[in-house]
Ligand binder design. Structure first.
Ligand code: ATP
Ligand code: MG
Length: 554
């Protein structure tokens, strides 16, 4: 029995005993405290029977135990609902980015505030919600779970598991929207992040804390390039987050399978939003991934995040904005699309030692049409990032994979992060490639070529061949340096173009079996010492001699 009904029962007894209660006129609506005070002051006809005074005492005690708590709740009313967005009226105290709860339990995120209404994007299914439903404000901004136990898991942008590995054991939760590190907290990019791809590590090096955009037509190997980079982090200590935004589920599944088979899931979190998820989830996915990555950055670790891809992210945001009737701008994207992506990509940074020394490297992917870099979203992304890797569909179809178009690609800050060993072979590589491209244009006219030009063309086509690489087979830095050394020093000049890959394999296995400590040494210190040079030349002589002996015999 609760306090109020206790009092009502006691009052009833009292009324019967004293017979004067009508003068006191206690009403049920009166605050309980006041009733007790008035009861205690009743001048009952004396002498009161003992049980009546006891009753009054009891009443006073009972009523003083009642704690009345006032609970005010801000509520709004659904005015319009559909396609994953809702417009509400009411909720005068709500702020942007705050969460609200619908009667079905589905949550929504406030993204627009107007004088008389507010716009909410739904974080779940809108089934069962009707116009006029009451919506309550949570007085909370959106958070996602973070922690080391997320590694190896596939989650949705709300941090809910999508694999069958049980609930997520998070150490806490962090806000989805965070401020980017300030200028004071940053330090210049000075440490390499190796992708394992010769063409990138050699010519377009990426540093920890850099934002390097991957652009390309559809089916040109964008995802493969990013996944190879994740695979190559198996012994670098870099944690990875792969964010799939609106990607086909089959594609994402095969990415997860590739990572799992290579043992890369151990240090990777996959954040997944499918094309059939509400647009709000696709819009929030990169921010969720970024928050999960920042947990490790705050602990002073290095993290790589892949956003696959931001074109689809822009599309999800355009969809939401059009549904919310925001004014469309260029290509119907809303006016704040640049702010959206810069807010996201500015969170990638290399932190100073004082700020913990962690880094967040971002590899955002963007899709372009027919190699056109000047459409709206790609130009935005190019201007926000620290360089771009452009993949060319024609080169891809000709078999140059990864199909990096060196002429249109650039890495603005990574050069400073390249190791000495790589820099010493890459300088020559760049020069020879540039010369090759120059003369190859003339060679197409069928003009007579002098010997030197002929040689440049031979060398150049071998360089091109060496820069191709099969998918999901990243190479360690030492082996990349070895191969680039071999080709730029002319050790492959007499090898037929079709045999280059086989020669590379021979070279790699010869060097790794004969000089395992040097492989380790180069990977660790990144220096091309005299000892290493000597070992390179010895191995190359051995492999080349063995190669020609075999071909001569055959
Ligand atoms: P989408 O536009 O559909 O996202 P994408 O640009 O991400 O495509 P991928 O899915 O990475 O392209 O690759 C397309 C195909 O090319 C895949 O079948 C992949 O195996 C193949 N591929 C990618 N890179 C290479 C490579 N270096 N060598 C051989 N095949 C490759
Ligand atoms: Mg892809």
């Amino acid at each position: 029995m609760d306090g109020k009904s206790d009092i009502a029962a006691l009052l009833e007894v009292l009324r019967k005993r004293i017979g004067r209660m009508e003068k006191v006129r206690v009403t049920e609506e009166e605050p309980v405290k006041r009733i007790s005070q008035r009861l205690l002051s009743i001048k009952a006809p004396s002498p009161l029977k003992p049980d009546v005074s006891q009753l009054i005492q009891l009443l006073g005690e009972k009523s003083s135990q009642i704690v009345s708590r006032v609970h005010l709740q801000d509520v709004g009313t659904v005015q319009h609902i559909g396609s994953g967005v809702a417009t509400l009226s009411g909720l005068p105290l709500v702020r942007t980015d705050e969460l609200v709860t619908f009667p079905t339990g589905v949550q929504g995120l406030v993204i627009n505030l107007n004088h008389y209404h507010l716009d909410v994007i739904l974080l779940g299914d809108d089934a069962g919600i009707q116009g006029g439903d009451l919506v309550t404000a949570n007085d909370e901004r959106m958070r996602v779970p973070v922690g080391p136990k997320l590694l190896g898991r596939a989650v949705n942008p709300l941090g809910e598991p999508l694999d069958n590995l049980g609930p997520i054991e998070a150490v806490g939760s962090n806000y989805l929207e965070q401020d980017a590190p300030s200028i004071i907290d940053r330090s210049p990019v000075n440490q390499p992040l190796h992708t394992g791809l010769k063409i990138i590590d050699g010519l377009l090096p990426i540093g920890r804390g850099q934002r390097e955009l991957i652009l390309g037509d559809r089916q040109t190997g964008k995802t493969s390039l990013a996944v190879d980079t994740i695979l190559n982090q198996h012994d670098s200590g870099v944690r990875c987050v792969y964010v799939a935004i609106g990607q086909k589920k089959s594609t994402t599944l095969s990415v997860i399978e590739t990572l799992r088979k290579a043992g890369a899931m151990e240090y990777t979190i996959v954040v997944l939003s499918g094309p059939d998820d509400p647009p709000a989830l696709r819009y929030l996915a990169p921010f969720a991934g970024c928050t999960m990555a920042e947990y490790f950055v705050d602990m002073g670790q290095d993290v790589l995040i892949v956003y696959d891809d931001l074109s689809k992210h822009a599309d999800a945001y355009r969809e939401l904005s059009l549904l919310l009737r925001r004014p469309p701008g260029r290509e119907a994207y809303p006016g704040d699309i640049f702010y959206l992506h810069s807010r996201l990509l500015e969170r990638a940074a290399k932190l100073s030692e004082a700020a913990g020394g962690g880094s967040l490297t971002a590899l955002p992917i963007g899709e372009i049409q027919r190699g056109n870099l000047s459409s709206y979203i790609p130009t935005n992304l190019i201007s926000i990032s620290d360089g771009q890797i452009v993949l060319d569909a024609d080169m891809f179809n000709l078999g140059f994979k990864p199909a990096v178009d060196i002429g249109r690609s650039v890495s603005r800050v990574g050069g400073a992060a390249q190791t000495a060993a790589m820099r010493s072979v890459a300088g020559k590589l760049r020069l020879e490639l540039a010369q090759f491209e120059e003369v190859a244009r003339f060679a197409r006219f069928g003009t007579d070529l002098d010997e030197a030009t002929q040689h440049q063309i031979e060398r150049g086509s071998r360089l091109q061949k060496v820069l191709t690489q099969p998918v999901h087979q990243p190479l360690s830095q030492a082996l990349q340096v070895l191969i680039l050394f071999a080709v730029t020093e002319g050790y492959m000049d007499e090898i037929g173009l079709e045999n280059i890959a086989a020669f590379e394999d021979n070279l790699i296995s010869h060097f790794t079996t004969n000089h395992p400590h040097l492989v380790h040494e180069i990977n660790r210190h990144g220096e091309l010492t005299e000892e290493v040079r000597q070992a390179f030349t010895d191995s190359l002589e051995d492999v080349r001699n063995a190669w020609f002996e075999r071909t001569d015999r055959a």
